[in-house]
Ligand binder design. Sequence first.
Ligand code: ADP
Length: 453
Amino acid sequence: MKLGVWFLVVMLIMEIFLLYFLHENIVDTQIEGELSALQVRGNNHRDVLEESYRSETLQHIALMESKGETDVIITDKNQNIIINSSELDYAEEKILTYDLKNVRRNGKVIEKRWRDEKYISTVTPYSINENQKGYVYMFKSTEQVQKFISNLNHHFIIAAVLSGVFLLLTILFLTKVLTTPLIRMKKATEKLSKGDFSVHLPKMGKDELGELSQSITILANDLKHLKEERKEFLANISHELRTPLTYIKGYADVAKRKNISEEDREQYLGIIYEESEKLSDMIKDLFDLAKIDKNMFVINKVNVQLRSYLYALYEKVLPAFKEKGIELELNCRENISVMIDPMRFEQVLLNLLNNALKYSESHTKTSISVRKEKRKVRIEIKDEGSGIPKEDVPFIFERFYRVEKSRSRDSGGTGLGLSIVKELIEAHEGNIEVTSEPGKGSIFTITIGEMTE
Ligand code: ADP
């Protein structure tokens, strides 16, 4: 509405200015035309007079003008009237007294104030035999001009009112067309801010308004998805926390009893200890995830020589693999430089190696291999473990997703490891993929950009 009123005011001011200038121009042109016609008429009389200056000629001129809309007065050089076409009135007498200095042969306009005076008037000098003999005064009543102007004013007022109404209607229509979708979108965003994500906006074409409406719809859907995801995540967390707590509580209850053997008590306390460990692992993972979500996870990338870095890691995990009877191999022929956060990247690799260890039997082989491809570096962690069923593969990077719920839990899994791995790799602007065949093994492939000098 505000915009509409502004537009209306600006357009009206413009229209008034335009009409005013147009009006003034028409009036000026009309008056100029009248004056020059009067002057030409006076000049014609002069020509006739100069050709034959006789009393009949004078009479003839006066007679001609007595029938027309104009009046003529012919004077001698002292402005004494020789002849006049009609009776003089006060206004004409006044004009006759005007000073006639600088009047050239072609005459001069001596009265053009059509608004205030009764006549507009011109004067042309005439001479006989090179001697100045007198003046031809021409008069035209301003009554007609005024009538013409008042007619013109009338037309202008009608035009102004019509265009004003048209303008008003156009603005009303435009504001309606423009504001209806805006108001609808405003209501939709208000709904969103109150937590109601069921927003439906009609399709609105491909202009800016349409794009805005589409963005709001996308935003509503994203928020809805986020809300559901959060709900699910919270449900998962409480479930995952409850399970070890139930164990802890149950075994603590039993361990408290007096009539049990020392051996059993020891076993129960052992289980309680293990479950507490799992709980604290899970809480640590949850903290990591929360930090990633809040973007508080700072990745300090430094230039790392992959071969020595991986070798140190290999040495670190080798004893655990040896203990389970799994062969561990490292293939990194070239020394390649990458920009990574060594701590975070180690967390990623340890997680993947730990999974390989967890889900493989003895007498199998796990390998870490590095390949360079164009400007990318691929790190593959390949195991000959249980593999992942095809239908589970798309979900294993999701939070709390575990293929075999109970088996993974028994082996200490939280279902959070791979989701953290994925977030960390993405924070390194990298990518992680998995190919797996149940019963044969899995290959986790990390791709990151190579460090270029
Ligand atoms: P968890 O802590 O349970 O291992 P992860 O997020 O690390 O959770 O892994 C999710 C699931 O993916 C695991 O429960 C497991 O079923 C499967 N998985 C992960 N790595 C492997 C692997 N190397 N071999 C077979 N299954 C795997």
